[in-house]
Design a binder for this molecule. Structure first.
Ligand SMILES: NC(=O)c1ccc[n+]([C@@H]2O[C@H](COP(=O)([O-])OP(=O)(O)OC[C@H]3O[C@@H](n4cnc5c(N)ncnc54)[C@H](O)[C@@H]3O)[C@@H](O)[C@H]2O)c1
Ligand SMILES: [Zn+2]
Length: 356
C-alpha cells in the first residue's frame, strides 16, 4: 500500500509531504521540486542490502548527489563532539543555500541529521528517510530533533518540520527483533492513546503472529501523530500526550546508556507505560499491560540496570526544570489526561518495576 498525506504545521505555514509504502518511486516525489544538490547524511548501521533503494531515493530528490556523510550507530550519533566534526564535514562538502539535506537512518541519525539541517547555513531544506520501525512511526515524525548532553537526552535541539517524510517500509526487512519490538512499543502507545479501532487493530496484529505490522497499521499510527503535530507543533498543549510512558522511560534510557546496558528507546517506553499506568491510572493498568504483553514487550528491566540510578535521573530532571512534573496518564484505551504530580510520585511509579 502506498499512501500519501500532508502535514500542515499551522503557525509556520510549513508543509510536509508524507509518503508511506514499500518502494517509493520517483513519481511519488513528483510534487517536490528537485533540488540542485543533495547532501546525504546516512546511518552507518543501515545494512548494505538497502544501498540500491537508498541511491534511487537520493537521485530522485536532487540533480547532483554529494558524497554521503556517515553517522555513527545509535546514540553515539547524538554527541556534541561528533556533531562539531559532522558540521565541519558538511560545510566542506560543497553545499550551498539551495542544497537539500536528506537524512537516512534510525531515530538517532534523524535527530542529529535534522538538527544539522536546521542550523547549517541558518537552515537548509530537509527530507527524512527513517529506516527503523521506531523512526518510521515516531522519531522521524513531528520535527523534534537534537543532541544529547552526556547522558541527558535531547537537551539541545529544535522543532522544525522537514519538507518530506519518506517512509519506505522496505527498509524494515533487515531489522533485528529487538528493534521491531522497540517500534511496536511506540505504536502500542499511540493505540492506547487513540483507543477504539486502532487499539483493536494493534491487538489483531499481536494475534496474527506477523513479524512486522502491515503498512496500513503503520500508516494509521503515523497519521495519528501527524494530526496531533499539525494541531500543536510546538508542544504547548495536546502534543504532550505523546510523552506517555516517557517520564519513566527516559530515566531508564539515561540509566541504561550510563551503565552500557542495551535497552532500545521503545523498550524503555514500554516499561515506562507499565510503570506510569500501575501507579497513576484510575482504572488500573490492566488494559495497558494487556496490549504490551500481547506484543511481547518486556515486563522487567534488564540485568545490570540499576533502578535507583534511574530514580536519580528523574530527580535531577525535576531539579533542572523546577516545575511540577506533568505526566500524561492513560486511564484506559482512548482515555488520557495530563496529571500534575510531585517528583516522588514519578519515583514511586518507577519503583513499581521492581515488583515484577
Ligand atoms: N525526535 C523524536 O521525536 C524522537 C522520538 C522517539 C525517539 N527518538 C530518538 O530516536 C532514537 C532511537 O531511534 P531508533 O530506535 O531508530 O534507534 P537507532 O537510531 O539507535 O537505530 C537502532 C539500530 O538499528 C540500525 N539500523 C538502522 N536502520 C536499519 C535497518 N533498516 N536494518 C537494520 N538495522 C538498522 C542503526 O544503525 C542502529 O544500530 C533515540 O535517540 C531516541 O531518543 C526521537
Ligand atoms: Zn519515544
Amino acid at each position: 500500500m502506498n499512501s500519501r498525506f500532508e502535514i500542515v504545521v499551522s503557525d509556520a505555514a510549513q508543509r510536509t509531504q508524507v509518503f508511506v509504502g514499500e518502494g517509493i518511486c520517483p513519481a511519488d516525489l513528483a510534487g517536490l521540486p528537485q533540488a540542485s544538490t543533495v547532501l546525504p547524511l546516512v546511518d552507518a548501521g543501515v545494512p548494505s542490502a538497502h544501498a540500491v533503494r537508498t541511491a534511487a531515493l537520493l537521485s530522485a530528490l536532487g540533480q547532483r548527489v554529494l558524497p554521503p556523510l556517515a553517522l555513527p550507530l545509535g546514540e553515539a550519533a547524538k554527541s556534541l563532539d561528533g556533531f562539531a566534526a559532522l558540521a565541519e564535514a558538511a560545510l566542506n562538502s560543497g553545499i550551498d543555500r539551495d542544497t537539500r539535506v536528506v537524512v537516512v537512518g534510525g531515530g538517532a541519525t534523524l535527530d542529529c541529521g535534522q538538527f544539522l539541517a536546521a542550523v547549517l547555513l541558518r537552515g537548509l531544506d530537509c527530507c527524512v528517510v527513517p529506516t527503523t520501525l521506531l523512526a518510521q512511526v515516531d522519531a522521524g515524525v513531528g520535527g523534534k530533533c537534537g543532541l544529547d548532553a552526556g547522558p541527558r537526552k535531547n537537551q539541545i535541539g529544535v522543532i522544525r518540520q522537514p519538507i518530506a517524510l519518506l517512509l519506505d517500509t522496505g527498509f524494515l526487512s533487515t531489522l533485528p527483533r529487538g528493534e521491531v519490538l522497540s517500534g511496536l512499543a511506540e505504536m502500542a502507545k499511540v493505540a492506547l492513546l487513540a483507543g477504539g479501532a486502532l487499539h483493536e487493530a494493534m491487538h489483531a496484529h499481536a494475534r496474527s503472529g506477523a513479524a512486522l505490522p502491515s503498512n496500513a497499521l503503520l500508516a494509521t499510527c503515523v497519521e495519528y501523530k501527524v494530526r496531533v503535530v499539525e494541531r500543536d507543533p510546538f508542544e504547548r498543549g495536546e502534543r504532550i500526550l505523546l510523552n506517555a510512558g516517557h517520564t519513566v522511560g527516559h530515566a531508564l534510557e539515561a540509566a541504561s546508556l550510563e551503565a552500557g546496558v542495551v535497552l532500545p528507546h521503545g523498550l524503555c517506553v514500554a516499561l515506562g507505560l507499565r510503570a506510569e499506568a500501575r501507579h497513576f491510572a484510575e482504572q488500573g493498568a490492566a488494559a495497558v499491560e494487556a496490549l504490551l504483553d500481547a506484543l511481547g514487550l518486556p515486563r522487567r528491566v534488564p540485568q545490570g540496570l540499576d533502578l535507583e540510578r534511574a530514580v536519580s535521573f528523574i530527580v535531577a530532571d525535576k531539579k533542572r526544570r523546577g516545575a511540577q512534573m506533568r505526566v500524561p496518564v492513560i486511564d484506559a484505551p482512548g482515555q488520557v489526561r495530563v496529571m500534575e504530580c510531585a517528583v516522588n510520585d514519578c519515583v514511586n511509579a518507577l519503583r513499581t518495576l521492581a515488583a515484577d
